[in-house]
Design a protein around this ligand. Structure first.
Ligand code: ADP
Ligand code: MG
Length: 292
């Protein structure tokens, strides 16, 4: 009877836009009590836009944006694409070479023979730099709005900052509400800054938030939840989510996800709607009923 059930599930799941790569993963979905979502690209659209630029007195906003655009031009990160788009609108962007990605922190490259770096709070911390006083007012107000703040570092001097905003997906709040309605805890993990993560969590009503998590530590968050006795479904899209997807009791990659995420997950959603997790739960119960 099992091949028949598998056949039925596969048909049903194809119709629902759910690809079940591994039937045991689907069965484990029935006992999941915690869903851990990635933030960027999963609960949010993942296509941020630059919403502000600030420069220290010795520099100018256009210079800051042009430098950032130069360094980000070789990065695939959604934040980088937003910076490159904004920079192209204001200035001649200089060429950069020797590009280097600093996972979970930012990027680095040589521009006019100087090292220019762009990144979030973790980058600033790792360089032992602090924010110049004349940027603090602007960046403070950006942070309180829940925006992502990146700093631009020329040599060993912070020359400016950028604000980027990424909207929640329209379906994210409903997904959280429906999971809560079924008694499931909803958590979020992100490499993004604490303020950005908290703003998203407050708007969506999340139970727990893990912020400023480096890419190679996302799976440790899953492990910690499991060690607390939780059965965890992880939902993500990015390369940096792959180890966490593999570690979770149920790994679910969403639609437009990267190949690595899709390979590491037992279940793949065709769409990028986070409510797909609820469809997976329905499917797992239907399959179970037919099997017993
Ligand atoms: P998430 O887990 O939300 O998908 P990432 O791990 O991709 O986030 O990135 C975490 C943080 O690292 C970003 O919020 C940003 O501060 C910094 N960062 C990563 N890549 C870049 C980049 N190309 N340019 C600037 N900052 C970056
Ligand atoms: Mg992501």
């Amino acid at each position: 009877a099992i091949p028949l059930v598998t056949a039925i599930s596969t048909t049903m799941s194809a119709r629902n836009g759910i690809l079940v790569k591994d039937r045991l993963t689907l069965e484990r979905t029935r006992v999941v009590d915690t869903v851990l979502f990635d933030k960027t690209g999963t609960l949010t659209k993942g296509t941020p836009a630059v919403t502000g630029t600030a420069a220290v007195a010795a520099s100018s906003e256009d210079t800051v944006l042009a430098l950032a655009g130069a360094v980000e031009s070789d990065s695939e990160h959604p934040l980088a694409r937003a910076v490159v788009r904004a920079a192209a609108e204001v200035a001649d962007v200089p060429r950069a070479n020797g590009f280097e990605s600093l996972p979970g922190k930012g990027v680095r490259a040589a521009v006019d023979g100087r090292t220019v770096q762009v990144g979030g709070p973790t980058l600033l911390e790792s360089l032992g730099l602090s924010e110049p006083a004349d940027l603090a007012e602007r960046t403070g107000s950006w942070r309180s709005q829940g925006s992502t703040v990146l700093h631009v570092i020329d040599g060993d001097t912070v020359v400016g900052a950028l604000s980027l905003a990424d909207e929640e997906r329209a379906e994210s709040a409903a997904a959280v509400r429906q999971l809560h309605g079924q008694g499931v805890r909803v958590a979020m993990v992100t490499g993004d800054a604490r303020n950005v993560a908290d703003a998203v969590a407050a708007r969506l009503g999340l139970d727990e938030v893990f912020a400023q998590v480096l890419p190679d530590q996302k799976d440790a968050v899953v492990r910690d939840l499991q060690e607390r006795g939780n059965r965890v479904a992880m939902v993500g899209d990015g390369v940096n989510d792959a180890p966490a997807l593999a570690r979770a009791d149920v790994g679910i990659a969403i639609g437009a996800g990267t190949d690595v995420a899709i390979e590491s997950a037992g279940i793949v959603l065709a769409s990028d709607d986070p409510r797909g997790v609820l469809s997976v739960r329905v499917l797992s119960r239907a399959g179970y009923r037919k099997m017993v």
